[in-house]
Design a protein around this ligand. Structure first.
Ligand SMILES: Nc1ncnc2c1ncn2[C@@H]1O[C@H](COP(=O)(O)OP(=O)(O)OP(=O)(O)O)[C@@H](O)[C@H]1O
Ligand SMILES: [Mg+2]
Length: 346
């Protein structure tokens, strides 16, 4: 369900390694003298444009189109998202473009390739509230669309999707191919040119999609390894104009310098150790993609391994607590991972 933060804290994507100081708000105090009395008003102001706009080359795609989200939604705008490393795929730019022209897009790729991370950074860059729903969880239609609370029909509470329709921002549907049919069917009129929801629960109220209401769906490719995945509902698939494929930064012998830099800076290890870690990760991913392992490690998993090494553990001992056990409970599979670690940290 939603990653709504504690009151007063902006939404943040998890950090491995370094904890960044969060918050992009700027405090502005205004002092006035009125009839001899001094009045001070303190305002928390969000800068109008993120400095990341230039960095990720998305100035062309203004997704807010001048709209300022009201104060009570600022908690839902991510802040302090760690840097997103790109291998020339320009994911942030491609997603921004898809949302700008079509209002919605689909991200597809194996676990750990950075789909969730990129959604957070896109929301932060454009200053958009993020409404996150994991479709794999048994979330009730009440939570998604809303319900009356109490005895009578006085107190209606909007669900996540209804709130997003009314307020705008990015509706992020993770594991979209695990969505239940009845929910998918209700989303269809929202995602096509009709752009509205009929709240049958609330005397058929018609809720229109906010002009700054965007949708991103994400999923793992349909395959036997991802337990529970199924092909995406066909009507749903047709409504997505743009599909963006995600791959690992490094696989097999193709080692990304940027990923080494990422492990080095966020894991606080030297370049040689970072290189070896990425070599291990790339080999495990190769084996995973060819069906020999049940999981390929994400950059986040490799950062966790590096953090323990930088704390003084040996690479082997740190690997036992991280990537070896993470890959599988199966002892034979763990031994296969251990072998790859040993080959690179002799
Ligand atoms: N390109 C990248 N740059 C920086 N960090 C990355 C990148 N790709 C992945 N990561 C890191 O790897 C970890 C996993 O990424 P994320 O959760 O976004 O993957 P995902 O594709 O959403 O996986 P899943 O399908 O399991 O939900 C996170 O810690 C994320 O910060
Ligand atoms: Mg994810």
């Amino acid at each position: 369900m939603s990653r709504r933060s504690k009151k007063g804290k902006a939404l943040g994507f998890g950090h491995q390694g370094r904890i960044l100081s969060s918050g992009v708000y700027k405090r502005e105090a205004v002092r006035r003298r009125i009839n001899g009395n001094s009045l001070q008003v303190s305002l928390l102001k969000r800068p109008r444009r993120s400095p990341l706009v230039e960095k990720y080359n998305v100035a062309k795609y203004d997704l807010r189109r001048g709209y300022e989200f009201p104060e009570h939604l600022h908690d839902l705008i991510p802040s302090g998202t760690p840097e997103y490393i790109d291998h020339g795929e320009r994911y942030v730019e491609r997603i921004s473009r898809a949302l700008y022209y079509f209002k919605q897009c689909a991200l597809i790729g194996p676990s750990g390739t950075g789909k969730t991370h990129v959604v957070y950074i896109v929301a932060e860059i454009h200053g958009l509230p993020l409404w996150e729903i994991n479709c794999g969880l048994q979330t009730s239609t009440y939570d998604l669309f809303g319900r009356y609370i109490g005895l009578g029909k006085e107190n209606w509470i909007d669900g996540q999707i209804t709130s997003w329709l009314r307020n705008g921002g990015i509706l992020y549907l993770d594991e979209a191919n695990m969505m239940k049919q009845d929910i998918a069917a209700r989303l269809n009129p929202i995602l096509d040119t009709r752009g509205h929801l009929v709240l049958t629960e609330k005397d058929n109220e018609i809720v229109k999609r906010h002009p700054c209401g965007y949708v991103i769906i994400a999923m793992n490719p349909f395959s036997s390894e991802f337990v529970g995945t199924k092909p995406l509902n066909a009507a749903f698939r047709r409504r997505m104009a743009v599909w963006i494929n995600f791959t690992y930064l490094s696989v097999g012998d193709d080692i990304s310098k940027d990923e080494i830099g990422l492990i080095q800076s966020r894991g606080k290890v030297d370049e040689d150790t970072a290189y070896r870690i990425v070599r291990v990760g790339a080999e495990l991913r190769r084996q995973y993609l060819s069906g020999d392992l049940p999981y390929g490690p994400s950059p986040g998993d490799l950062i966790n391994w590096a953090v323990l090494i930088s704390d003084g553990m040996t690479p082997q001992a740190a690997a036992e607590e991280t990537i070896i056990t993470m890959t599988s409970d199966n002892i034979e599979v763990q031994e296969a991972v251990r072998r790859v670690v040993r080959m690179n940290f002799a």
